[in-house]
Design a protein around this ligand. Structure first.
Ligand code: NAD
Length: 488
């Protein structure tokens, strides 16, 4: 079977004509400033860094680097806006502003999607169909909650915390900004947000939207920079809450920095999810779920199903189907609508992934990659699958954050629960089976914040998301996502 697909692929019958998304409707400025107090302002130290397109390695723009003084300016603007305007703006009015932001994101969704793919390397199909609609949906959802906080938390008289410092990663740039900003505004807080240094563009475009929505100056401040800027936000004395999404390593540094202060925190950190396939599962659907679970967004997903557990009796069949499906994945131009796997976000991240590929082979696992054409320029990794993997292998224990799947087998439900829970992480998991009872048995015993049954990587603003153990604490999304921004 796999040979047949290979033949079709190389005979050209399998090829799809290029379908690139046009970039004519977007404009990327040569230089971006900091968004503080409702205005775009130059960084005090006059420093800028480059953001590049990871698919071509070409520079897209220069981005302002916020210094400690700039962070202070942004926090002061947020404080002034909180005490001067936002905390006394009626909840109904707050909701209207958030609703307006949602509508503007929807209106400009094509622009947002193309910029996200250019700057981050993700396939346009994902930025268009997943990232941007979910970002808009978060604003819509939390717009609805703004004037219903007393129903969400009856008899508790909730009030805002004040100024929230929010730091986000590069894998879902606009979506993560929405997950942070929307609940903060709905609960009456003001915000200083920093996007990741490799993907600042859609956050800066969001700053333009916020200006257009006429949000009072200083309610949302968006400042750019790398880890040092993030650290300056974390350590600023006048911040009431830190909302961080990123690696467990940086999460631990932040928790140490704020220990003993009055700052509240939510930490959305790394993961090493188990995706479990039982012998009674619908195998073709499971294969699609596995592919979506790990190769979606180049595996740059905190909840990626990077550990696959297959019941022994179906191992050969499932692996054959999985490898066949991998042969048909298209790696390449993120702006092409047929692309399944886009560019790795940065040279550094490609280095990390390649290190794990070498380590996996060195530790004795067998590596499989389908034959696929990889562009010569840019940062790329073919979808990769490791078999002959043991629990002690680094590829089975550590977060790789790339399109790399480690496959293991199991015989019984107890065995797979033990193996799946044998990780310091606990963000998400997947289970594939025909039996509802098995799903409930497993989900109640898995130490994971989200468990998908017969599906994978599904997000919804009404549903809380967050981790156990070293995957962090606190929840984003749903009613649960309001509480971390409130005092009672
Ligand atoms: P990262 O931790 O390197 O960086 C995240 C953000 O923190 C960036 O904006 C970065 O500039 C900033 N930062 C770096 N050092 C800092 C410091 N000392 N103080 C304050 N801020 C600092 O993570 P990344 O490589 O951008 O993203 C990948 C990681 O994010 C993965 O581990 C992934 O699992 C995790 N993630 C988790 C979730 C979730 O919801 N749990 C979602 C997406 C990504």
């Amino acid at each position: 079977m796999s040979k047949k697909i290979e033949e079709l692929k190389f005979s050209g019958e399998w090829d799809l004509a290029p379908a690139p998304e046009s970039t004519n409707h977007i404009s990327v400025k040569k230089e971006y400033q900091l968004f503080i107090g409702g205005k775009f302002v130059k960084p005090k130290k006059g420093k800028y860094f480059s953001t590049i397109n990871p698919a071509t390695e070409k520079k897209l723009s220069s981005i302002a680097e916020a210094s400690k003084e700039d962070v202070d300016r942004a926090v002061k603007a947020a404080r002034k806006a909180h005490s001067g305007v936002w905390s006394s703006t009626s909840a109904k009015e707050r909701g209207k502003y958030i609703y307006r932001i949602a509508r503007l994101i929807q209106e400009k969704s094509r622009e947002f999607a193309v910029i996200e793919s250019l700057d981050g390397g993700k396939p346009i199909r994902e930025s268009r169909d997943v990232d941007i609609p979910i970002a808009a949906a978060h604003f819509f959802y939390y717009a609805g909650w703004a004037d219903k906080l007393n129903y969400a938390f009856p008899n508790q008289n909730p009030s805002s915390l004040g100024v929230a410092g929010q730091i986000i990663p590069w894998n879902f740039p606009l979506m993560m900004a929405a997950w942070k900003i929307a609940p903060a505004l709905a609960t009456g807080n003001t915000v200083v947000l920093k996007p990741a240094e490799t993907t600042s563009l859609t956050a800066l475009k969001l700053a333009e939207v916020i200006q257009e929505a006429d949000l009072p100056p200083g309610v949302v401040n968006i400042i750019t920079g790398a880890g040092a800027t993030g650290s300056d936000i974390v350590n600023h004395k006048d911040i009431d809450k830190i909302a961080f999404t990123g690696s467990t390593g940086v999460g631990k540094i932040i928790m140490k920095s704020i220990a003993g202060t009055a700052k509240k925190s939510t930490m959305e950190l790394g993961g090493k999810a188990a995706n479990i396939v039982f012998e009674d599962a619908p195998l073709d659907q499971a294969v699609e779920g596995i592919i979506n679970g790990i190769y979606f967004n180049q595996g740059h997903v905190c909840c990626a199903g990077s550990r696959l557990f297959v019941q022994e009796s179906i191992y050969d069949t499932l692996l054959r189907k999985l490898k066949d499906r991998m042969q048909s994945l298209i790696v390449g131009n993120p702006l092409d609508k047929n692309t399944d796997i886009g560019a790795i976000n940065s040279k550094e991240q490609l280095g990390v992934i390649n290190k794990y590929l070498s380590l996996g082979k060195k530790e004795g696992a067998d590596m499989f990659q389908p034959s696929c054409d990889i562009p010569s320029k840019g940062f790329w990794c073919a979808p990769t699958l490791f078999t002959n993997v043991s629990q002690s292998h680094a590829i089975a224990k550590e977060e790789i954050f790339g399109p790399v799947l480690a496959v293991q087998t199991f015989r019984t439900i107890d065995e797979v629960i033990t193996k799946a829970n044998n990780t310091p992480f606990g963000l998400s998991a997947g289970v594939w089976t025909d039996k509802g009872s098995k799903v409930f048995n497993l989900t109640s015993k898995m130490r994971a914040g989200v468990v998908w049954a017969n599906t994978y990587n599904k997000f919804d603003p009404t549903s809380p998301f967050g981790g156990y153990k070293e995957s962090g604490h606190g929840r984003e999304g749903g009613l649960h996502g309001l509480a971390p921004y409130l005092k009672f």
